[in-house]
Unconditional design. Structure first.
Length: 155
């Protein structure tokens, strides 16, 4: 089974090489750090993928244990209802974003998600949700000047 992991890592290293070569072959190339070209992000994404795959390959190569035995308990402690609820909250969040706007939908999503994660106190839950939403709003709307959905309340 260890052989499958090694082959997988080699395929990912090869794929990352193709990504890097392809981004270098673009007409405008990767550009510079101050003025990135169209190949900038694919090149560095390929580099990161290649480096992580290389690290995993080396660790698998040096390991004497079967990774199948190490990963046997990965799925053992998962609470499937909580996982499905969290994914459902995320889909509901994206579905309601245009109608409710960024601020209100994000506060409601975080309220539900933090409650699901185990934040017991509603006061703490509300404060964390409003604080997190405010930080993201300031970062995206003011800092990065992104357009965020306003919703029916106008914010």
């Amino acid at each position: 089974m260890r052989k499958n992991y090694l082959v997988n890592d080699l395929v990912l290293i090869l794929f990352s090489c193709f990504i890097c070569i392809g981004s270098l072959r673009l007409k405008q190339g990767i550009g510079a750090l101050q003025e990135p070209g169209p190949g900038f992000m694919p090149f560095f994404a390929g580099m990161i993928l290649g480096l992580l795959s290389l690290v995993d390959f080396i660790s698998q190569w040096r390991s004497k244990e079967d990774p199948q035995k190490e990963n046997a308990g990965v799925w053992a402690g998962i609470r499937w209802t909580k996982l499905l609820l969290a994914v459902s909250f995320l889909f509901l969040y994206t579905a309601l974003m245009d109608r409710l706007g960024f601020s209100l939908s994000t506060i409601l999503y975080l309220l539900a998600f933090y409650r699901l994660a185990g934040v017991e106190s509603w006061r703490t839950n509300v404060l964390i949700s409003i604080g997190t939403t405010t930080i993201f709003y300031v970062g995206f709307k003011i800092g990065l000047e992104c357009q965020l959905p306003r919703g029916f309340l106008g914010f």
